[in-house]
Design a protein around this ligand. Structure first.
Ligand code: PLP
Length: 444
């Protein structure tokens, strides 16, 4: 163990982690095994993975069928490129499957290795789409504050959380941010987007991108009419609407895709995470028939955009098996049902514990927001790191969750595997009650 911790410090630069914490305290946990909603570390301690790791292990840990699907595919054809129109069956099958599941107007898919690559690909595709129609000036992307779209160059620039901007030194040009509907309401956000568009010049706007529910920003659920208004606004200005379904896709919110709750069809959709439940890196962009039509008609020569792993046969085989499990085991429906239980439990906690300001959730994507005085909408002082303390108290009790503390908020996020059972939801809620009560006591 000591040797592993030493090598981790010396040789492993962790993603989105504090290098100082790593050097002072070593790796927080070294996991060894996963099964269902549980992870076990090298010391044998068992944890509820209440985040599905990074909102992605939708079918839960330890599903042997996915390993088997990968092994069979690797035995037969582990990899061959999809450049220059070379193809192979698993990716063709997966493209057809995803087209069948996605909104009816979205039928053609560009594959990537993850969410950030998917969003950067969407931005390049949409700019290409305008250029080949003789409108090269349409190149700006509008996104929402508190939105998270990943860490590649374009995705970082579209992300509306300033903490992620520093490392880039400078955002890419052509990215502008507007108010989130969570705090500003539908009309406030729409007004802000209109102002941004008018200030930039509508003829320069290529696309608007948003998550159906802002995940990493703190599980910020928009008002129910929001995306209908967004659809209208995008149509008014002739702007492409990109739905970032990287978290909300593949059952997370109790529907196959998050936008289904609004009954709205986007023009492009990006996905990753739940498509393979994290068993293999994979993502993609689905484009509308209209956009695909323009590409087919006007995109001459080579599309100079492709990752080595765009259309990876083993990733596709894993995704197909993962989707088969989601469908066969009714995991979308389970997400809806268990999500209702979880939200009901959150509401009971809010009634009993004074420091809970807001609770929210759609399917198995939920959050509990802590406040010093909810009746006055007064937040805790950021130095108290209240959400961080609750996460630590949960960790002690064997529950892994995530705190979001941007802009002085204290939000505890939940995104458990879609296979979670009623008893497990109850245990999770009990542990949450204990953890919040402990921290509330400490603060009083
Ligand atoms: N978009 C959303 C909504 C996400 O939540 C994430 C990751 O959390 C990304 C994009 C980026 O995905 P990746 O980390 O696979 O690049």
């Amino acid at each position: 163990m000591d040797q592993l911790i030493e090598w981790d410090k010396k040789h492993f630069i962790h993603p989105t982690s504090s290098i100082r914490d790593q050097q002072e305290k070593g790796a927080k946990v070294i996991f060894e095994k996963g099964e269902g909603i549980y992870l076990t570390d090298k010391n044998g301690k068992k944890y509820i993975d209440a985040m599905s790791s990074l909102w992605n292990v939708n079918i839960g840990h330890g599903r042997k069928e996915l390993g088997e699907a990968a092994r069979q595919q690797m035995d037969q054809l582990a990899f061959s490129s999809a450049f220059s129109t070379f193809s192979h069956e698993p990716t063709i099958q997966l493209a057809k499957k995803i087209a069948d599941l996605a909104p009816s107007n979205l039928n053609a898919i560009f594959f990537t290795s993850g969410g950030s690559e998917s969003n950067d690909s969407a931005f390049k595709l949409v700019r290409h789409y305008w250029r080949i129609q003789g409108q090269p000036e349409r190149n700006k992307i509008v996104s929402l504050k508190r939105g998270y779209h990943g860490v590649a160059a374009g995705a970082t620039s579209a992300t509306g959380i300033p903490e992620f901007w520093d490392m880039a030194g400078q955002l890419q040009s052509g990215f502008v941010h507007a108010a989130t509907p969570y705090w500003e309401g539908t009309q406030g956000s729409i007004k802000s987007i209109r102002e941004v568009i008018e200030a930039e010049g509508p003829e320069t706007i290529a696309a608007f991108i948003a998550e159906p529910i802002q995940g990493a920003g703190g599980v910020l659920v928009p008002p129910s009419d929001y995306f209908q208004e967004i659809r209208k606004l995008c149509d008014d200005y002739g702007i492409v609407f990109i739905a970032d379904e990287v978290i909300t896709g593949f059952g997370r919110t109790g529907t196959m895709f998050g936008l289904e709750h609004s009954g709205v069809q986007p023009d492009m959709m990006t996905f990753a995470k739940g498509v393979t439940s994290g068993y293999f890196p994979l993502g993609g962009v689905i484009v509308s028939d209209q956009i695909h039509g323009v590409l087919k008609e006007k995109s001459m020569g080579t599309l100079f955009h492709g990752f080595t792993y765009s259309g990876h046969p083993t990733a596709a085989a894993v995704a197909l098996k993962n989707i088969e499990i989601i469908e066969k085991e009714g995991l979308v429906e389970n997400s809806r049902k268990m999500g209702e239980l979880l939200l009901e439990g959150f509401k009971k906690l809010k009634a009993d514990l004074q420091i809970i300001g807001d609770v929210r959730g759609v399917g198995l994507l939920g959050a509990v927001e802590l406040m010093e005085d909810p009746s006055a909408n007064k937040r805790f002082s950021p130095e108290l790191k209240v959400a961080g303390k609750v996460i630590e108290a949960l960790h002690q009790r064997g529950v892994i969750c995530r705190a979001v503390a941007y802009e002085g908020t204290d939000i505890i996020c939940f995104s458990p595997p879609l296979v979670i059972k009623e008893e497990e939801v109850k245990t999770l809620l009990e542990k949450l009650r204990e953890a919040i009560s402990e921290v509330a006591q400490e603060l009083s």
